[in-house]
Design a protein around this ligand. Structure first.
Ligand code: NAD
Ligand code: ZN
Length: 351
């Protein structure tokens, strides 16, 4: 059970969804306690590489190990900086050393970093082997574990090398969030709020209840993500809405984030610039206050613009920007760099 009094866990939640992608369709199981019986959804009758960062609680690794008769465990240092070429190569070499075959599988247990890195190993080892994701952070449970985007970073280019490699199944157990810090939980909630603001007004309303019903929030967020991915698996159109807040958010993260802010905190800042309705912005700001999210720092426009201009999502002259005028709806607009500069000059809180 979670130790923070203003979270609540709905009685029992058992929910299975299918991400419908024809021959790449896969189930997502959301269930409290699901981690105790992974066979429900994971074929463990083969060699399993369990990949996790070193800060994922040991007991979780133990639970997975005990259910995989033929396994080996690979751990790597926690944090975004592990999403790099060297770590990626190291994990691949370990898979070779352990004679992994095309029939074997990788199970990622951890946050978005673990999922992105282990998923990219699975995508490229022998041109792609089965990949299962057991997300253990709220951010990964509401967002990154579903959708098949796997990647590593190169220098300050985030997710610049990667693949689309859908998991075989995703197992979400909300109970395992109990060891996560309050700040990490709130960080992940930002990605949920993002999905609510663009696609699901009732999800936004869940943030305005007296207590936060975490399993409900996970379920609604995953449902939004599932639908978006089903309609646009490879981000040629609709999937861009998941980048709401990320253009300026990534720039703040690159310029000021490394030691000071988490990814979700930067996305929260980035969304403010493109909420086009003042009453809605006030509403969102009161949610931010409840989540203790940091204020947008003083920023240097030229520095942020240099990050925006080298973000891989920028096409030559314009950037696709997601704007929200009314909760649960979105618009995608192509903006020039000059227009984005004007937005930065106007600031995030402008009335
Ligand atoms: P993370 O994976 O670094 O996890 C945060 C910290 O929590 C780590 O130190 C980790 O060891 C620890 N941790 C994990 N589970 C825990 C638990 N149950 N209890 C206690 N500690 C635990 O960070 P994150 O916020 O989960 O993910 C961020 C990453 O996700 C970024 O690299 C981002 O690019 C990526 N991402 C990917 C997608 C996608 O679609 N692939 C979407 C959004 C974000
Ligand atoms: Zn994000």
């Amino acid at each position: 059970m979670n130790r923070f009094s203003w979270y609540h866990y709905s009685e029992v939640l058992i929910m299975q969804m299918i991400v419908n992608l024809k021959d790449k369709s896969y189930p997502i199981l959301i269930e409290q306690g699901a981690i105790l019986d992974i066979k429900k959804i994971i074929d463990t009758d083969r060699k399993i590489a369990i990949i996790s960062d070193e800060q994922v609680p040991e007991y979780l690794i133990g639970i997975i190990k005990s259910q995989c008769p033929n396994h080996f465990v690979l751990r790597f240092p926690q944090g975004e900086t592990s999403k790099n070429f060297q770590q990626y190569e190291e994990l691949l070499r370990k898979c070779i050393e352990h004679d992994m075959t095309r029939k074997d599988a990788i199970v990622a247990i951890g946050g978005g970093v673990t999922g992105d890195l282990a998923g990219f190993v699975a995508a490229s080892y022998m041109r792609g082997i089965d990949f299962y994701n057991i997300p253990t952070t709220l951010l990964a449970q509401v967002d990154s574990s579903v959708g098949g985007k796997v990647a590593i970073d190169v220098d300050s280019y985030k997710n610049i090398i990667g693949a689309f490699h859908q998991p075989k199944a995703v197992l979400i157990d909300p109970n395992i969030l109990s060891t996560l810090s309050r700040r990490q939980i709130h960080n992940g909630l930002v990605e949920s709020l993002k999905m609510g603001l663009t696609c699901d007004v009732q999800l936004v309303e869940l943030f305005e209840q007296d207590t936060l019903d975490i399993p409900q929030i996970i379920e609604r967020s995953i449902n939004v993500k599932r639908q978006v991915v089903e309609q646009d698996e490879k981000e040629s159109g609709l999937r861009k809405i998941l980048n709401f807040g990320h253009t300026i958010g990534h720039a703040i993260e690159g310029a000021y984030g490394l030691d000071s802010y988490l990814h979700g905190e930067c996305v929260a800042m980035g969304m403010l610039f493109f909420i086009e309705d003042q009453p809605l912005k006030e509403r969102v700001l009161s949610i931010y206050k409840r989540l203790d999210l940091p204020k947008v720092p003083d920023y240097d426009i030229d520095i942020l613009m240099s990050y925006i201009q080298h973000d891989k999502k920028s096409s030559a002259q314009t950037v696709s920007i997601v704007k929200v005028r009314q909760a649960g709806t979105f618009e995608i607009e192509e903006m020039t760099y000059e227009q984005i500069r004007n937005v930065l000059e106007r600031g995030p809180y402008e009335k």
